[in-house]
Design a protein around this ligand. Structure first.
Ligand code: ADP
Length: 454
């Protein structure tokens, strides 16, 4: 794989002048890259050890507001610093920007240098470690769906996000003719990411006008989350470079299909696929049954991490390929969980609940935690459902609103024990704040409905 650099490679490229800038980034609660642009000489001489950021970066919303109610930081405690510790195994080129490399950082307490427990990378690392003590590694793949629009982010913002025109005029699911018209953006996305060490499989048109999907080869869980975050960032930047906008808002129009981020999951012992048993039903091992049973049982507890905003819940609509039920099925796209690769070494479970707005570190962490709980408690997997699961009255529902998902999160003894009370309280506060902000908003819908007729 090209694209990733050792620290020595980076130093050599800084010395010969091919790299002059190092983006030094953490991943925030929303899954965004936040950080500083270092002069590369400063980075390789000193800042590779650590740099600092305001600790509000893990306690803001999308607008960078500073809500009250977080135990970790506040105006009262003076919003101090975190340490950003570059993970030198993540250094890579940023081929779509001139002379630029990127490194991801772990977030540490300023005084103790312990990992900050509610940092997304730390949350995922903790669950990976728990899985390792059971003797397994997780391999994951997160699909990225998004919409491309004709105009740029800046034009769209200045026009008040009105009259949004997707880049194509028709449903482009698997459509080669339409996706050829979009190659000006999608080809650099694939090739630049590949050259940055992100193992791109393919892109394809999705089931709505202007909708795209990018697939990345399944990888160890932490790599998968790193790839997802970098890819999402690259898609927005490359769209911007081309005068277009890319949105990961799950539902940008009430009559259009929403965007998902399906998560494919399997457990391994070295090269041994631990989910595969030739003799098992559909080639599934007993271990896979327990893991899936945990995933399904605890889906309501962790839905917030797959659908973190008010808008996320608008995606869960019948007949749109977005699921509404926490059941599993074999190669059936109407269920929350789909068995893929039945009967082969590639047998895996795909969770279809997550929206394109999920934070991949948090989403993978909570699903690993649920799978681990299923394995530890030897939970039995119910039989697969068949047919149109949307109409299955017996199947359990996914929480239908952010308010409902916040309640299941707050009360989840499973998540409290897997992630820690401090982490659950932190994200519960983030969820509450998002709802409070929405409840204060006066929407276009209310104005249009009531302005004259109320
Ligand atoms: P589909 O056509 O249904 O989207 P793909 O064959 O394209 O399915 O695979 C979707 C994703 O699943 C890809 O990102 C792929 O790398 C990933 N994947 C394949 N095998 C595994 C596995 N054993 N564990 C986890 N993910 C996997």
């Amino acid at each position: 794989m090209t694209g990733t650099l050792t620290f020595d490679d980076l130093k050599a490229r800084v010395a010969d002048g091919t790299i002059d800038t190092v983006l030094t980034c953490l991943v925030d609660m929303q899954g965004r890259l936040m950080g500083k642009r270092f002069h590369a000489v400063n980075f390789v001489e000193t800042s590779f050890k650590e740099t600092h950021c305001c600790n509000y970066l893990l306690a803001t919303d999308l607008e960078m507001a500073t809500p009250e109610g977080y135990a970790s930081t506040s105006w009262q405690s003076g919003y101090g610093d975190y340490v950003m510790a570059p993970d030198l195994s993540t250094i890579r080129l940023v081929p779509w920007l001139e002379g630029t490399a990127l490194v991801l950082c772990d977030v540490l307490d300023h005084h103790t240098h312990e990992a900050v427990p509610h940092s997304p990378r730390a949350i995922l690392k903790k669950q990976i470690k728990r899985l390792e003590t059971l003797g397994y590694d997780a391999k994951m793949a997160t699909e990225l769906e998004f919409f491309l629009f004709e105009k740029s982010f800046d034009e769209i913002r200045k026009e008040g996000f009105r009259n949004l025109e997707p880049i194509s005029g028709y449903n482009e699911d698997y459509n080669i003719l339409q996706t050829t018209k979009e190659e000006g953006i999608m080809r650099p996305i694939r090739n630049h990411l590949f050259a940055a060490g992100v193992p791109i499989e393919n892109s394809k048109g999705e089931a709505e006008a202007g909708q795209e999907e990018l697939n990345i080869r399944y990888s160890p869980a932490l790599d998968c989350a790193d790839y997802h975050s970098i890819a999402k960032h690259a898609i927005k930047e490359i769209a911007w470079q081309n005068g277009r906008a890319a949105t990961f808002l799950p539902k940008w129009h009430k009559d259009r299909v929403g965007s998902s981020s399906h998560v494919h999951q399997s457990l391994w012992q070295g090269e041994e696929a631990s989910f595969f048993d030739e003799a098992g039903q559909h080639g599934m091992s007993g271990l896979m049954g327990h893991y899936m049973a945990g995933l399904i049982k605890y889906a309501p507890d962790y839905t917030f991490f797959l659908a973190p905003y008010v808008n996320s819940y608008k995606r869960f609509a019948k007949g749109t390929f977005a699921p509404t039920k926490t059941v599993w099925s074999v190669d059936n796209r109407t269920a929350g969980f789909r068995l893929c690769g039945a009967g082969t070494k590639g047998v895996r479970v795909e969770c279809r609940i997550g929206g394109s707005d999920l934070n991949p570190y948090l989403a993978q962490a909570v699903m690993l935690a649920a799978g681990i709980k299923g394995i530890e408690d030897k939970l039995d997997l119910a039989p697969a459902t068949t047919g149109d699961v949307y109409e299955d009255a017996k199947a359990a529902d996914i929480p239908q609103t952010l308010r409902a998902a916040t309640q299941t999160l707050r009360q989840s003894s499973f998540l409290r024990s897997a992630l820690g009370d401090d982490v659950v309280d932190h994200y519960t506060r983030a969820a509450e704040w998002e709802q409070e902000e929405f409840d204060r908003a006066v929407t276009d819908w209310e104005i249009a409905r009531g302005f004259e007729r109320a």
